[in-house]
Design a protein around this ligand. Structure first.
Ligand code: UGA
Length: 431
């Protein structure tokens, strides 16, 4: 497994759990050192235990030495980062191609090289070309096997997938990768074998469609606010139609994270270059970007039109619960816009404060939600951590200087909040 980041670690640990022998390789010696010492650099439920159990069982190990790990491997996964390239938003594939070159140099015997990183259509062809060029005559297949893991539920998603997508240009490669997932056949997970380009596109199309669903319900929420309707009831009313499905219809402050923003943008670039622009997805990207700033305006409006000199307590900073990931979190744009408007920000997040502190300046981080509420004129809930659902609302109110609560995830009930004397604003619901 080349790349001991989020995808590489989760996939490596789960493959080891299936009984395979896995070496996770990373260039960063400090990361490998700390993984060897049992320290997992990310917060992901169940990951630490899965890693520890498989290290103990001798099936999982960590190394910086790619050249030593590759010759013995039947399959080598490329799970390195593909960040947005500065300037044009296209996926930066330099790490993928560098890995392909290094892998090629060490191949021994027939090996399947699998792209697990999210890569634009045609990347597998280029990996194939690079390996052929570096090692003419080597016996290998290049297969695309995209991941559909959600942060916070990644182990569960790996072990109980809705489907496994295998994109291959030859049967031998496809069969070898399918064999790695054999333990999952018991769960009747469908294995879809298709062409390599089709598999690459399937990954992007899945993320773009989900981002589109979220953006659609967010716009319906805005309309609900204007016409006095309730977005949660609309979502349920449409979601029970099996053709639509009820998931990913929770209105909120806009999608964030390490995948949707990057992948939707990269897909629009691929489509433009291919002469088949995806106008719907382009609109989703633009609407979602605007939404984050619109959320700050919503808070300012709830505070009577100005937050200058006001103290605002922010509950939840990560892009979603059960992760410490701050990448493209809506909180980044919202907090910055509130600070620009003159507000003082206090904040609490159960797991994300360390990462938040490296990207958000001038914020007072607190020990818990109650301390965050102390002296606050308004509270803004940005991430729906479970622990915020059952807060003692009277204690929260007593700690606050004001009464304003802006709930960007519809965690609380409007009737209860107003009964308790809060000035409560949520998303797409009558106040
Ligand atoms: C997403 C996909 O769900 C995974 O299938 C995919 O494998 C992964 O990207 C990836 O490409 O690696 P993830 O980024 O972990 O997973 O997060 P999601 O649970 O999909 O949430 C994305 C964003 O949408 C979050 O900011 C979340 O708050 C928001 N969202 C999601 C909503 O606002 N409403 C919803 O109903 C659902």
């Amino acid at each position: 497994m080349v790349g001991a980041g989020y995808v590489g670690l989760v996939s490596g640990a789960c493959f080891a759990d299936f009984g395979h022998e896995v070496v996770c390789v990373d260039k960063d010696p400090a990361k490998i050192e700390s993984l060897r010492a049992g320290h997992i650099p990310i917060f992901e439920p169940g990951l630490e235990e899965t890693v520890a159990a498989n290290v103990r069982a001798g099936r999982l190990s960590f190394s910086t030495d790619l050249a030593a790990a590759v010759p013995q491997a039947d399959a080598v996964f490329i799970a390195v980062g593909t960040p947005s390239r500065r300037g044009d938003g296209f996926a930066d594939l330099s790490h993928v191609y560098a890995a392909a070159r290094e892998i090629a140099a060490s191949l021994e015997g027939y090996t399947v090289v699998v792209t697990k990183s999210t890569v634009p259509v045609g990347t597998g062809d280029e990996v194939d070309r690079i390996i052929r060029e570096t090692r003419p005559g080597a016996a290998f297949s290049v297969v695309s096997n995209p991941e559909f893991l959600r942060e916070g539920a990644a182990i569960e998603d790996f072990k109980r997938p809705d489907r496994i997508v295998i994109g291959a240009e030859d049967q031998r490669g496809a069969e070898l990768v399918a064999e790695l997932y054999r333990p999952l056949y018991l769960n009747a997970a469908p294995v879809l074998t298709m062409g390599r380009r089709t598999a690459e596109l399937t990954k992007y199309a899945a993320n773009a469609f989900l981002a589109l669903k979220v953006t659609f319900i967010n716009e319906i929420a805005d309309l609900c606010e204007q016409v006095g309707a309730n977005v949660q009831e609309v979502a349920r009313g449409i979601g029970l139609d099996k053709r639509i499905g009820g998931k990913f219809l929770h209105a909120g402050p806009g999608y964030g994270g390490s995948c949707f923003p990057k992948d939707t943008l990269a897909l629009t670039k691929t489509a433009q270059n291919a002469g088949a622009p995806l106008r719907l997805v382009e609109t989703v990207v633009a609407v979602n970007d605007q939404r984050k700033v619109a959320m700050a305006r919503k808070v300012i409006a709830a505070c009577g039109g100005s937050v200058r000199g006001r103290t605002i307590g922010v509950l939840g900073l990560t892009f979603k619960p059960n992760t410490d990931d701050m990448r493209d979190a809506p909180s980044l744009a919202i907090v910055a816009a509130l600070q620009d408007a003159g507000a003082r920000i206090r904040a609490f997040d159960p797991e994300g404060m360390e990462n938040a502190a490296s990207v958000l300046d001038g914020v007072d981080y607190t020990r818990d939600a109650y301390e965050c509420a102390e002296g606050a004129d308004a509270l803004v809930l940005i991430t729906e951590w479970d622990s915020f659902r059952a807060l003692d609302l009277e204690r929260l109110k007593a700690a606050m200087a004001g009464r304003i609560v802006v709930d960007l995830r519809n965690v609380y009930r409007p009737d209860e909040m107003s009964r308790r004397g809060f000035a409560y604003v949520s998303i797409g619901r009558p106040d």
